[in-house]
Design a protein around this ligand. Structure first.
Ligand SMILES: [Zn+2]
Length: 219
């Protein structure tokens, strides 16, 4: 069983049986997040797709306070120790393959965006979650789907900075997850897209749960 809790925007708490991961923990300044970093309990890994403030958010603070491993691309976090993150908690990786952190594997994949953005594929308990980061549509999402066979794809649908509902639906068709959950919408006016549009396009093809911030989906 894997529990996925959406904190609004691209922030997700992923609770595997033994490992708890927070992805893109934009909490304090996130108008939709029902929690602040101090509300979090056990966090083992903080995974950051890129350094835009709506993604790296409170990553350093959470890593410091929870003793969690901070995982991102090299340039994104190599100087995190200057902000007080313990050196042994900095996993400065790059796009390529999943790294085994002892029962949980975390990898980065391409995303089409600025700021060195990536997607991330996280596998534990025989379940793979693909968080696409901020991205436009690109053909190699098919390859990500074939390579990692994610059960769940978390896809941005807000438009303006990322894919909109139509592009994200095309992405889901390429990735072929069992479940596709929309994210990165509704936070502020420019990204007020309609998740029902995404759901409607994929009707009968991919399961699309629409979550409210704070809601948990169990896989
Ligand atoms: Zn963003």
């Amino acid at each position: 069983m894997v529990k996925l809790t959406w904190y609004g925007h691209a922030a997700w708490l992923v609770e595997f049986e033994r490992h708890t991961v927070i992805i893109d923990p934009f909490l304090k300044d996130n108008p939709k997040s029902p929690v602040k970093p101090s509300d979090l309990k056990k966090i083992d890994f903080v995974v950051v797709t890129h350094t835009h403030s709506d993604h790296i958010g409170d990553a350093y603070e959470i890593s410091k306070e929870k003793g969690a491993k901070l995982v991102s691309l090299y340039e994104n976090i190599i100087e995190a120790d200057k902000s007080g993150v313990k050196e042994e908690n900095i996993a400065a990786m790059n796009i390529g393959t999943q790294v085994d952190f002892g029962g949980i594997k975390i990898g980065f994949v391409q995303a089409v965006h600025s700021a060195n953005c990536t997607g991330t594929v996280i596998t534990a308990d025989n379940v793979t979650i693909y968080h696409a980061g901020d991205t436009g549509l690109f053909g190699d999402m098919k390859l990500i789907g074939e390579m990692y066979r994610p059960k769940v794809a978390l896809l941005p649908i807000g438009g303006y900075f990322t894919m909109g509902p139509k592009e994200a639906a095309m992405a889901a068709r390429m990735i072929k997850p069992e479940i596709a959950i929309p994210m990165h919408y509704g936070t502020w006016p420019p990204i007020d897209s309609n998740p029902r549009e995404f759901q409607e396009i994929l009707k009968g093809e991919v399961k699309v749960p629409i979550l409210s911030p704070g809601e948990t989906f169990i896989v």
